[in-house]
Design a protein around this ligand. Structure first.
Ligand SMILES: Cc1cc2nc3c(=O)[nH]c(=O)nc-3n(C[C@H](O)[C@H](O)[C@H](O)COP(=O)(O)O)c2cc1C
Length: 185
């Protein structure tokens, strides 16, 4: 394995079913190694669909959903850029508040505090998530510390909950944002 390493964190949100074909394999085609970590709920979903094993096979790395034992070495290489895709409203809120109560949150929370490596987040949210009174503050917090948020009416217009099933994520914009973030200022 060679090339830069993308630490890809995926949450239990729509679009995760396309993660391998729309993000992992295209990034590999661009020369990246992709190390995938899932939230506990996302891991349940991908185990049920069979994608958990497919992603392990495609990346050649363990898909992580649990912390290692203190006596174990990490099965993932050091990361050059994090991407949280898709990010749930839940995980975005936890990242903004510094809550790291599952393994997927741990590395990204640390990177937010460190200011490195760069982080890209695509909040796969609906209009109700965005209307929550705490949402604006979470987005402001993350943007203030330099997290690259893939948001806005041009890339992800907000719909009412459950009004747009099967919606494609803005994969091309997500991939471009990762490449730009990793290239630095
Ligand atoms: C079928 C289904 C689809 C969901 N889609 C989304 C979604 O697109 N965005 C979101 O923020 N939450 C979504 N949720 C809710 C999250 O899965 C839920 O908040 C979960 O606790 C998130 O856990 P995680 O952030 O640790 O992955 C969905 C739930 C279900 C059951």
């Amino acid at each position: 394995m060679s090339g830069p390493v993308l630490g890809l964190v995926a949450c239990a949100a729509g679009g995760i079913e396309d993660l391998r074909t729309q993000l992992i394999e295209p990034m590999q085609a661009d020369g990246w190694t992709v190390a995938v970590t899932l939230t506990p709920t996302a891991a349940t979903w991908l185990r049920a669909s069979g994608e958990f094993d497919e992603i392990q096979e495609a990346t050649g790395l363990a898909v992580r959903d649990q912390a290692r034992l203190p006596t174990e070495a990490s099965p993932h290489p050091q990361v050059d850029c994090y991407a949280v895709v898709p990010a749930t409203a839940n995980t975005v809120a936890k990242l903004a508040l510094g809550i790291a109560d599952n393994h997927a949150l741990t590395g990204v929370s640390e990177a937010i505090g460190n200011g490195t490596p760069p982080i890209v987040v695509f909040p796969r949210i609906n209009a109700a998530h965005a209307a929550h009174p705490a949402w604006r503050g979470h987005v402001d917090t993350l943007q203030r510390v330099g997290v690259h948020l893939v948001v806005g009416d041009d890339v992800w217009p907000l719909h009412a909950p459950r009004s747009a099933p099967g919606r494609q994520l803005p994969w091309a914009t997500i991939r471009t944002t990762i490449l730009r973030a990793a290239a630095g200022p």
